[in-house]
Each structure stands twice: as C-alpha cells, then as structure tokens.
Design a protein around this ligand. Structure first.
Ligand SMILES: NC(=O)c1ccc[n+]([C@@H]2O[C@H](COP(=O)([O-])OP(=O)(O)OC[C@H]3O[C@@H](n4cnc5c(N)ncnc54)[C@H](O)[C@@H]3O)[C@@H](O)[C@H]2O)c1
Ligand SMILES: CC(C)[C@H](C(=O)O)[C@@H](O)C(=O)O
Ligand SMILES: [Mg+2]
Length: 342
C-alpha cells in the first residue's frame, strides 16, 4: 500500500492539490494519504515552519505531494527556504526533473511552433549552487552594506546529477544532452561542471552532447526550442530556465516537477513548478494541470508506469478538447481528467 504525505501549503496550493488527489484516487484507488498542515497558516498560528517531528514523519512516506508555499504576509524566504528548500536538501532531492512539452490544443506564445517542437526535460540540480544559503550581510542598513550569496558546487554533487541526465538522455529517442552554465564568467564552478560533463560523457558514447551559456540558452528556448532534448544545469539557472520552458509550453499552469532522490533513500517530492499565486487564490480559476502532471511523475517514480501513462494521456486529451480562450475552472479540470482515467 502506497502512503503519500500531502502538503497543500499556501494560496492555490490546496486548490490544485485537491484535484491532483482526485485524479490519483481515480487511477490508483487505495493510496493512503496523510495531510500535513504546513505553510503560512501554521506559521502565523504557532511560529513553526517545519518542526523536526514533522520532517521525521514525512521521511517515513513513499512520496510527498506539495502544492506551493509562500505568502505575502510572511517575510520572503521564511517558508520557501524553511520548508520547501529544507525538504529538498534534507531528502537529498538532487534531481529536480522538469519536463516541458507542448500538447495538442495548447497555444504557445512562440510564433510557428507546433506540438512536437517542444518536448524536452530539464534536469535541474536540486541541492547545491546558490541555493545552499552560504553568504551573509556586513554592515546591514548602512551605506557600506555588503551582501553575498555563494554558490557551492561539489564534484560528487555535480557528477551525480550529470550522470542522471546522461542516462535520461540515453533512454530517449534523440539521445541529446545540453549542458547549460556560464563557464565564460563563473570560471570555477563552470570548469567543474564542464570537466565533469566531459568525463561522465565517456560512459555514454551514444549520447550527443552540446554546451550553451545560460544567456544563449535562454534565447534558444524562445527562438529554437526544437534544439533541446535533455538539459542539465545548476540550481538557479534551472529555476529560471524552467519558468521560460513553462511559458513557451502554454503557461505555468501546465508545468510539472519532481524533486527526486534517485537512490530512494528518502521520499521524493512532486509539485507544480508554479507558486502560491496569491493573485488568483480562492477564485477557483487556478489550472490544476501542472499538479495532475506532477502526480503522473509521482506514479512513474513509484513504478506505476501504466497509471502514469494513463494520467498523461488523459491530460493530453483534456487539453486537446479545451475550448480555445475559455477560462479554467479548477475543480472541473480535475473532474474531467479523473473521469478519463477511471
Ligand atoms: N514551489 C513553490 O512552492 C513555489 C514556486 C514558485 C513561487 N513560490 C512562491 O509563491 C509566491 C508567489 O510567487 P510568484 O507570484 O512569483 O509565482 P507564481 O507561480 O505563484 O505566480 C506567477 C503568475 O502565474 C500565475 N499562476 C501560477 N500558477 C497558476 C495556475 N496553476 N493556474 C493559473 N495561473 C497560475 C499566477 O496567478 C501569477 O500571475 C511567492 O511567495 C513565491 O516565493 C513557491
Ligand atoms: C519557491 C522557490 C524556493 C522555488 C525555487 O526557487 O526552486 C520555486 O521558484 C521553484 O521553481 O520551485
Ligand atoms: Mg521557480
């Protein structure tokens, strides 16, 4: 019996997670779920963000489904760092998997692109880089104030995510992998990434490789998305590139992600790429598709590949059947996709 920890979180998080669970229950009845009240409400009520006891309980689950965290009433970073990043780091989610696909029936803002032109996956490093929290502030509040954030890149951390990306590229028809970095400026980390990429690449002679600086890659994402099959990159570049990937594939409401611990030592965590969207919270108009596609990634990770394929196919059918330009009603999307997989 699969046991799933559910963190609805803030803003539209609980709204989209409810639809993800609707689809999960329809395609794989009997998954045991435990809800965790984490996020802004708990923080305001108790001052707690992620108590150790809760983290330990989460560790005992097969997987975690998360909506989003972040709230305009909570200082920036408290929930994002204290909850989301804490879980990514504690559960060693070193592969942050973010597929981008333009489905039939979905309009891309890019002129002339067709479904099939955008079908790639970003393997974003999830535990290092500028996200580690190294740095600080000197002379705060004075004219001499200096703030630093350091990027940490370990050989083992870089190597394991690059190897994962190579092996994903090897299992896809095009067998193409692009390393994205900024080795012309970030010469220390860039050199480690590119040397490691070359060395690990020797284990995968059938994978075609390419390197792009992140500024050029950002341009090619919106001018020639067909160039990409698998992309591997560091934590911050991956964060930014995957919002671009979402935008060109029809919007942030469709972009799924998995924070994966490939060793399965800890539970992996699945969540939409988007945030808590305070501007549309409570209106019933958030698109739950990203969360439902994240449920497909979750099912795949847990070995339920048929169910994962069924969910993705149902999403594709639903998107193809949507009235162009018509708004989304959150619960209706969940109802329709759940009905298709039942
Ligand atoms: N994984 C996460 O938990 C996560 C991710 C990103 C941002 N955040 C947090 O969320 C809060 C808001 O951040 P933001 O505004 O930069 O990003 P956001 O993704 O929440 O919203 C950006 C825009 O996209 C729209 N949008 C987002 N999800 C949508 C959906 N499912 N359907 C339709 N429209 C959708 C929003 O309405 C908004 O206009 C911040 O506190 C931020 O730190 C959390
Ligand atoms: C909320 C924030 C910590 C997070 C990130 O930067 O990774 C978000 O933007 C994401 O893309 O999941
Ligand atoms: Mg982001």
């Amino acid at each position: 019996m699969t046991n799933l920890a559910v963190i609805g979180g803030d803003g539209i998080g609980p709204e989209v997670v409810a639809e993800g669970l609707k689809v999960l229950n329809a395609v794989l009845p009997g998954v045991e779920t435990t809800d965790y009240d984490l996020g802004a409400r708990r923080y305001h009520a108790t001052g707690e963000v992620l108590p150790d006891s809760v983290q330990n309980e989460l560790a005992g689950h097969d997987a975690i489904l998360l909506g989003a965290v972040g709230d305009p009433g909570v200082p920036p970073g408290v929930l994002e760092r204290g909850l989301l990043l804490k879980l990514r780091f504690a559960f060693d989610h070193y592969v942050n998997l973010r597929p981008a696909r333009l489905y039939e029936g979905v309009t891309s803002p890019l002129a002339g692109v067709k479904p099939g032109d955008i079908d790639f996956v970003v393997v974003r490093e999830g535990t290092e880089g500028l996200y580690v929290g190294a740095g600080g502030v000197l002379a705060k509040g004075t004219p001499r104030e200096v703030a630093t954030e350091e990027s940490l890149n370990s050989r083992s951390g870089v190597e394991r995510v690059i190897r994962d990306a190579f092996s994903r590229a090897q299992s896809r028809p095009r067998r193409h992998l692009t390393l994205v970095h900024k080795q012309n400026v970030l010469v220390n980390a860039g050199n480690l990434w590119s040397r490691t990429f070359t060395e690990v690449g020797k284990e995968f002679p059938d994978v075609v490789t390419e390197y792009q600086h992140v500024d050029a890659a950002s341009m090619f994402f919106v001018t020639q998305p067909q160039r990409f099959d698998v992309v591997v990159t560091d934590n911050l570049f991956g964060d930014i590139l995957t919002d671009i990937a979402a935008a060109i594939s029809g919007g942030i409401g469709l972009a799924a992600s998995g924070n994966i611990n490939p060793t399965k030592e800890y539970p992996s965590m699945f969540e939409p790429v988007h945030g808590s969207a305070p501007d549309i919270t409570g209106k019933g108009i958030a698109d739950p598709t990203a969360t439902i596609l994240s449920v497909a990634l979750l099912l795949d990770h847990l070995g339920h590949t048929d169910e994962a394929d069924k969910v993705e196919a149902a999403v594709a059918d639903d998107l193809a059947a949507r009235e162009p330009g018509a708004g989304v009603r959150t619960s209706e999307v969940g109802d329709r996709i759940a009905a298709r997989v039942s």
